[in-house]
Design a protein around this ligand. Structure first.
Ligand code: SF4
Ligand code: ZN
Length: 760
């Protein structure tokens, strides 16, 4: 341990804790101890304080304890005459710094100074559900501030399946704007989530990226927290909440939370520019989480002692990086960060003239920036993947049949058909839809290309920027060929692609494609839980929620919505020792509730004994556990003798007196909670939806976004249940958010739950 670092970190921590004390004292005097304190859109209070101390801070008065805790962790600044290894003291000081930093940000929220005002700033894209707190919702004039729970969860699945290998917290400013852009592009290319904070002499990497027109926001994986070092606390808050959300940990388990992050969250800090006392102190805080710090300036290094996986602090002085130019230096720097943290990266080499990676999946191409579109209102685009004989595929053959878009005016449209023909010894007809659905992700990965929808309602845009760089129709084929080989190499041996714009051929293939869609629909309808002997497990989320297992049957998909029975079947073929294993149902114990000997014993095994029985069709008795990625939460409303269904996309209050964020805290963590269950939204339309408890007729309240987005499916459900008007009888947040009003509504419309058997 370097005394130099210890000294500066301890000094920085002392200063920040004093600052927090002074600010708190002032706030208490001005606002009073009962003034509410909160970060927006989170159920985890002030997450670092909650995780480390167990304290659920809701008022100014309660902050006192956190500050006292921080004060007690401080140590005297080492004098010049003594020499001891200061690791323990430095780590304590780091933790004190984090508690103080979170306190200060919370106080700034009270004074409406967070999220940080940033004139002229506009978050890119953004989600439809963040509600006006500056969190990724396109609100202009503010930086992001803390990440909300909803976004954390929606990244969760990408974090667990490896699409997002980890996160980087960049503190400071790069040597030049160009270098700043290069660094974030290198991170984006690897799908590493990037948090931005801090400054050097008033200039932040956020300024640099804004000046260069780099889009920042949830959709681009680049999230600007704030222009001071203190805002780096939001990165640690994100880390702490990962452990609480996905790891099933509780507040006040500091050791577990820190270990969880060290072992499972691949994050690192990149300090750009001069490092002052406060940055040393914050870095010491990050090291507690196992996150190493890499600096581009000369500082003494801390070599491994077991807290972080490899080195703690790495100095990589910019001018000493051997490279031809600054661009190459930036690349090497990012490469070093990845090595130091042991981040596992898998990227397919996709031969296109634009940047490519999952970080670009959420990108939006606005009409004004659009070169050409296929599908949407004015034209038709379809995509169809089919399996053919080995001899009928010439691997890598890409044909563009018909005119390209060179002659179309800017902003114009064209009909398009993507026909992908694959062959492989292990390929099966049932895998066609599984592979076809990947087209969406694969095509979207190209920067400047937007893909929406599937089948014959696909809608693709190419931006002017991408077209200027040379992106053309042939590149759709290049992307698909490369990605199907890279991601599905074990079932796909050969791939060829036809990109069709010729009108006659387009019409012809569209008919063929529609016949196939039809066949698949009928096949899917025939697949029932009783028609198969095997269910599948999914333990993908165990890297985050160690005891959770999804049991996936034809009539109940995984709770994240991303894995249905066919997906799991294909995934097992692709990777026989992977997270999706076949489960033999074996003897039925109770088919109504959905117990089989095979599923029970598998649940016991995969949950490491924490669950011994799972009822596939009940919410009341041994319901399936949840990790944290559920699309919806189903929860009993005892007064109404029914259940409510809350969508992840719904920020409003529910009749349970809790929002999705709060409910999610009760539903996740891999434990069974009778009466509460996380589900995939398509389970709602399954005939097996809580069928042991009365089925869909139990739904008395549901988020309106579900009614809207699933209108077709729900209409069929209502007919199946023999009550065509059922969906209208179900309340939503526009009807009521209180139990009393809900009961009045149900009486008034004659909802069936009012006359059904008591739920318990
Ligand atoms: Fe996680 Fe379940 Fe989805 Fe698998 S199916 S990824 S375990 S939520
Ligand atoms: Zn999950």
């Amino acid at each position: 341990m370097s005394k130099y670092i210890a000294k500066r970190a301890i000094r920085g921590a002392n200063a920040l804790v004093s600052e927090a004390e002074i600010m708190l004292k002032k706030a208490l005097a001005e606002k009073g101890p009962d003034t509410p304190v909160a970060f927006p859109n989170t159920a985890y209070y002030l997450p670092v304080i909650l995780g480390i101390t167990g304290q659920e801070v809701e008022t100014l008065g309660q902050l006192q304890e956190a500050v006292t805790h921080a004060r007690n962790l401080l140590h005297p600044v080492p004098s010049n005459r003594h020499w001891t290894p200061y690791l323990g003291e430095t780590l304590d000081s780091g933790m004190a710094t984090l508690l103080a930093a979170e306190t200060i940000e919370a106080l700034r929220f009270v004074y409406k100074l967070q999220p940080e005002p940033f004139p002229g700033f506009q978050m890119a894209g953004g989600t439809i559900y963040s509600n006006g707190n500056g969190n990724g919702d396109g609100m202009s004039g503010h930086l992001n501030g803390p990440i909300d729970d909803i976004q954390l969860r929606s990244w969760g699945i990408q974090l667990v399946d490896g699409r997002m290998p980890g996160f980087a917290a960049i503190v400071g400013a790069a040597k030049s704007n160009e270098v700043a852009v290069k660094i974030v592009r290198e991170l984006q290319r690897r799908n590493i989530l990037t948090f931005l904070c801090g400054n050097v002499n008033g200039r932040s990497i956020i300024h640099q990226l804004q000046e260069e027109g780099v889009e920042m926001g949830y959709d681009t994986y680049i999230v600007p927290f704030g222009t001071d070092t203190i805002s780096a606390i939001y990165a640690l808050g994100f880390a702490a909440r990962s452990a609480l959300t996905f790891g099933g940990m509780k507040g006040g388990q500091p050791r577990e939370i820190l270990m969880y992050n060290k072992d499972r969250v691949f994050a690192f800090v990149l300090a750009l520019g001069e490092v002052d006392d406060l940055k040393y102190a914050a870095a010491a805080g990050a090291i507690n989480f196992g996150f190493p710090v890499i600096a581009d300036t000369v500082i003494p290094q801390i070599l491994p002692t077991g807290i972080t996986t490899y080195e703690h602090v790495i100095s990589m002085p910019w001018n000493e990086i051997r490279a031809a130019d600054d661009m190459e230096r930036a690349e090497k720097m990012v490469q070093k960060c990845i090595e130091v943290r042991g981040v596992k990266i898998k990227i397919a080499d996709v031969p296109v003239p634009v940047p490519y990676g999952s970080a670009f999946e959420g990108e939006v191409v606005r009409r004004a920036d659009m070169r050409v579109e296929f599908g949407g209102k004015k034209s038709r685009a379809f995509e169809y993947l089919r399996m053919v004989e080995m001899d009928d595929v010439e691997d890598g053959k890409i044909e563009v049949i018909g005119p390209d878009f060179a002659d179309i005016e800017a902003g114009g449209y064209l009909d398009l058909g993507l026909v992908i023909e694959v062959a492989g010894r292990k390929m099966q007809l049932d895998f066609e839809p599984v592979l076809e659905r990947q087209i969406h992700y694969f095509v979207n990965g190209a920067s400047g290309i937007q893909h929406i929808g599937q089948r014959d309602i696909a809608w693709i845009r190419i931006s002017k920027n991408a077209a200027d760089k040379g992106f053309d129709l042939k590149h759709f084929g290049e992307i698909l060929h490369a990605r199907f080989h890279a991601d599905f190499g074990s079932i796909v041996d050969k791939v060829q692609v036809k990109v069709i714009t010729d009108p006659a051929l387009h019409a012809e293939w569209l008919v063929t494609a529609r016949e196939a869609y039809d066949y698949r629909n009928r096949r899917l309808a025939d697949l029932t839980d009783s028609s198969v002997d095997l269910f599948y497990s999914c333990t993908l989320c165990q890297s985050f929620a160690p005891d959770h297992v999804c049991i996936v049957s034809p009539e109940r998909l995984g709770l994240c919505g991303a894995y249905n029975w066919l997906d799991c079947k294909a995934s097992f073929e692709i990777n026989p020792t992977g997270p999706n294993q076949p489960i033999k149902k074996e003897r039925a114990v109770d088919e109504t509730k959905g117990y089989w000997e095979g599923t029970n014993s598998y649940a016991e095994l995969a949950s490491h004994g924490s669950v011994s029985e799972v009822a596939m069709y009940s919410i009341m008795e041994n319901p399936m556990t949840a990790c944290g990625c559920f699309e919806c939460i189903v929860m009993i409303v005892p007064e109404a003798n029914g259940v409510m269904v809350v969508s992840r996309e719904d920020p409003s209050m529910t009749p349970a007196g809790m929002t999705f964020s709060t409910l999610a805290g009760m539903a996740g963590g891999g434990v069974q909670t009778p009466g509460v269950m996380g589900v995939g939204k398509f389970y709602l339309s399954s005939p097996k939806f809580i069928s042991a408890d009365g089925g869909f007729k139990r739904v008395v309240w549901m988020s309106s976004v579900l009614k809207k987005t699933m209108a077709e499916e729900l209409k069929l459900v209502a007919e199946r249940e023999g009550d065509p008007d059922l969906i209208n009888k179900i309340a939503d947040e526009t009807v009521c958010t209180e139990v009393d009003e809900l009961l009045a509504h149900l009486e008034a419309v004659g909802h069936p739950a009012m006359t059904m058997d008591m739920m318990f």
